[in-house]
Ligand binder design. Structure first.
Ligand SMILES: [Zn+2]
Length: 311
């Protein structure tokens, strides 16, 4: 299955099951959203920066539920505190949500709900080895950390950050969709001389078996329509498109830290080969020295590309 061919088809149905505030060791509180969907049984996630970015399916009023039920699943405004009784209003902060009386749908009010603004987004695929097992074979862990950092800050160099707002959609598709076991076999093939694309093909997997339609559905559920997409992958720019509802209005590059600093990032022969394959075999828009947004950028009809010059 090709990844871009399904972009006009109907999206998966997603439903946010629960949301919780997570204080972090490095920056602002985040709101972790867990999603169910009609395509697989995996627990896909959205890591949301900003209390006012609201899941429509989570906040939708449900028959027979109590305010306590709503608070427990995370469908509350403002901040929880001991003894709070109302989910839909926070008396301390003077915030109150409104709902359609007939359908129970959340009514978007700019005072309480992020709406129609450009939002920094990363669509990230799970990588156990890179995020948890300190792998220097890929830069997934670094990209994940960097995306979160950019969402917290006003800017970093020439890149405008999210200033406390943003969404990392975290899709459970390990190893470009082939699963952890097959990924480990691919690593052995790489140690035998194959590159990351060849290894997948030898194992009879597509070079990239990921599906980002769940990501689009999750972003729409969060009320995001204008995406500033953190990626070096030009394919992902078109995959963020779901006209007329979802548009990628900017591609924001992610430069490997090791290219800008001798002391930061991943320094290994494996990562050099991995990044070289991404650029040479998979069309990623990275050049060394740092010349991003070259004329190699594929313009998309409905996406306007903003360029950054990184020095
Ligand atoms: Zn990885």
């Amino acid at each position: 299955m090709t990844l871009s061919s399904d972009s006009k088809e109907s999206l998966p149905v997603v439903k946010c099951v629960a949301r919780a505030r997570i204080p972090t060791t490095t920056g602002p509180d985040i709101f972790l959203h867990l999603y169910a969907n009609d395509r697989d049984n995996k627990e896909h996630l959205a890591i949301v920066f900003g209390e006012d970015i609201r899941s429509r399916t989570l906040f939708q009023r449900r028959k027979g539920e109590t305010q306590q039920d709503r608070m427990v699943r995370g469908a509350y405004v403002g901040k929880l505190f001991p003894g709070r009784t109302m989910a839909d209003s926070d008396e301390n902060l003077g915030l109150s949500l409104k709902f359609d009386e007939t359908t129970g749908a959340l009514q978007v009010d700019p005072k309480t709900t992020w709406h129609d603004q450009k939002t920094l987004v990363r669509v990230h695929s799970e990588c156990y080895t890179g995020e948890t097992a300190w792998s220097a074979r890929c830069d997934c862990g670094e990209q994940f950390d960097h995306a979160g950092k950019l969402m917290g800050v006003e800017r970093e160099g020439d890149i405008i950050g999210g200033a406390g707002r943003g969404v990392i959609v975290y899709l459970r598709q390990e190893g470009r969709g082939i699963g952890l076991g097959e990924k480990l076999k691919a690593y052995n093939l790489q140690d035998l001389g194959a590159d990351t694309v060849q290894a997948n093909l030898i194992l009879k997997h597509p070079a990239d078996g990921r599906d980002f339609s769940l990501g689009r559905a999750i972003l729409l559920d969060l009320g995001i329509s204008k995406v500033r997409l953190l990626t070096n992958n030009p394919d992902k720019v078109s995959q963020a498109e779901y006209p007329p509802h979802l548009h990628c209005v900017e591609r924001v590059p992610m430069v490997p830290l090791s290219w800008t600093s001798e002391n930061e990032g991943i320094h290994s022969s494996e990562i050099e080969g991995y990044l070289r394959t991404k650029v040479e075999r998979m069309g990623h828009l990275l050049q060394r020295p740092l010349k991003l947004h070259s004329h190699a950028t594929k313009p998309s009809s409905s996406a306007t590309m903003t360029t950054h010059t990184l020095v």
